[in-house]
Design a protein around this ligand. Structure first.
Ligand SMILES: [Zn+2]
Length: 199
């Protein structure tokens, strides 16, 4: 069980606050954009995708560690798209669904969704997988959270996932609290997330 440890970090009024961990994000506000080269899945507009992404980021904001906003700038902190991570292969429909890069890797700030899935922008889909069932988990990795063994939580390796809750927020608060050691010994390549578990 990871204890929550919010050592003075819970005051979001401190806009100039920066985290002193070079292996993590060292700012409190992160911007995101769509990957320029990635194409959209059938039946989903770019506008719908952007809205689904914005909803997914919003779900992490109550943790009071980060705020997020879309950006049209190339220099956005986070890039999201239906594309392949470098040095990895997707496995077709189902199985591996998505991947993200940890903040201490060369490729930090990337979230990849397997283009072979039947992605939907709507939060409730009869057929297909809502991107909002997967993005909050990948956002967790992108911020530095590894998998947890506890079943049913958003950072468990088995998806799909509901929105993050107090337990998940405490993990993020704990990671960014000054005294916590960052687990950079974990994989140095993008971590991928599978519908059926896996790596
Ligand atoms: Zn994962």
């Amino acid at each position: 069980m990871v204890a929550s440890c919010s050592d003075g970090q819970s005051n979001s009024e401190h806009k100039s606050y920066t985290y002193r961990k070079p292996e993590l994000w060292n700012k409190k506000h992160l911007t995101w954009r769509l990957a320029a080269s990635a194409s959209m899945p059938k039946g989903m507009s770019e506008k719908e995708f952007r809205q689904a992404i914005a909803r997914s980021f919003k779900q992490w904001e109550p943790a009071d560690v980060f705020t997020f906003s879309p950006s049209s700038e190339k220099a956005a902190d986070i890039t999201i798209g239906f594309q392949k991570p470098p040095d990895r292969k997707w496995d077709g429909h189902l199985g591996l669904m998505a991947a993200a890069s940890y903040p201490w890797t060369r490729n930090r700030g990337h979230i990849y969704l397997d283009p072979a899935e039947k992605w939907m922008a709507k939060p409730f889909a009869i057929l297909g997988d809502p991107v909002t069932d997967w993005l909050p988990h990948e956002i967790g990795h992108m911020l530095g959270l590894p998998h947890v063994v506890e079943q049913g939580y958003i950072m468990n390796e088995m998806g799909p996932y509901g929105p993050p809750d107090e337990f998940d927020f405490s993990l993020l608060q704990h990671l960014y609290s000054p005294k916590t050691i960052v687990p950079t010994g974990a994989k140095n390549t993008p971590i991928s997330t599978s519908l059926l578990g896996g790596e």
